[in-house]
Ligand binder design. Structure first.
Ligand SMILES: *Cc1c(COP(=O)(O)O)cnc(C)c1O
Length: 252
């Protein structure tokens, strides 16, 4: 195939996958009486280049996410250099304080604010620049030691503190599931929603965004109230097959 035909085939694949994903989200919403318009799909583009992002835009994706600051900056620059109308990119991965300046004003939302120190750094830098950084607070719902994020028991105290800081606006919560274990995943997602609900009641903060659900577990996340799913492999990977979930849909 010529490169143009090749690109056409890739776009057709992405569009087909996107339709499948939308249908699965709609079905999950239907099962629990939610409106599918409440769920926003983010294409996690960390394993692909700017060309694939352009293809994904052509296939209908409008929101993207990257887990490394350098890569987010590099990809935005490449898209700009190519004259592309740059879509929304969020930061979803571990962020060091010394990388805050690089992503501020570039990432639409920093979804991975995982500590008060990081929140303070974001606040300080944003205030210096006279901007307000939109953020999500990452919560370690499952309590795994290897995972970053606020401990659920300390979240209320920190959320109020952070909401009072200048230059930073928390819009919701984000979490990562333990992965590959449907029952635990569901508990994690449900835990995130319950935390948000009690946090809103306790503090009066308004935190509408719940960012949870990845390729292997996004339907469970949607059933448990996710408003933002972060999908990488299921969007971009030809060979992707679900690692968990409904065994009936699993291919060997
Ligand atoms: C890579 C990544 C995702 C997407 O993971 P998939 O399993 O490929 O869908 C979501 N969230 C974060 C924070 C990631 O790093």
């Amino acid at each position: 195939m010529s490169p143009v035909e090749d690109q056409g085939a890739y776009r057709a694949f992405l569009a087909r996958r996107r339709a499948e994903i939308e249908a699965r989200i709609a079905a999950a919403c239907e099962r629990v009486g939610r409106d599918a318009s409440e769920v926003r799909v983010f294409a996690v583009s960390k394993t692909v280049g700017p060309e694939e992002v352009v293809s994904a835009m052509a296939a209908g994706y409008t929101c993207f996410a990257e887990n490394r600051p350098q890569e987010l900056v590099r990809k935005l620059a490449a898209l700009e250099a190519a004259g592309v109308d740059v879509p929304r990119f969020d930061m979803i991965g571990n962020l060091q304080k010394n990388k805050v300046n690089a992503v501020l004003g570039r990432a639409t939302v920093i979804q991975s604010v995982s500590s008060a120190h990081l929140a303070e750094a974001v606040s300080r830098r944003a205030a210096e620049r006279g901007i307000v950084a939109r953020v999500l607070l990452e919560v370690n719902v499952s309590g795994e030691e290897t995972k970053g994020g606020f401990a659920p028991a300390e979240l209320a105290q920190w959320a109020e503190h952070i909401a009072d800081l200048p230059g930073i606006q928390p819009e919701g919560l984000m979490t990562m599931a333990p992965a590959h274990e449907p029952v635990e995943d569901r508990e994690t997602f449900r835990g995130l929603r319950e935390l948000r609900d009690s946090l809103e009641t306790e503090t009066g903060l308004v935190l509408p965004v719940l960012s949870c659900g990845m390729s292997d577990d996004f339907e469970i996340a949607v059933e448990e109230g996710s408003t933002l799913v972060r999908l990488g492999r299921v969007v971009f990977d030809h060979d992707y097959t679900p690692a968990a979930g409904d065994p009936a849909t699993k291919r060997d």
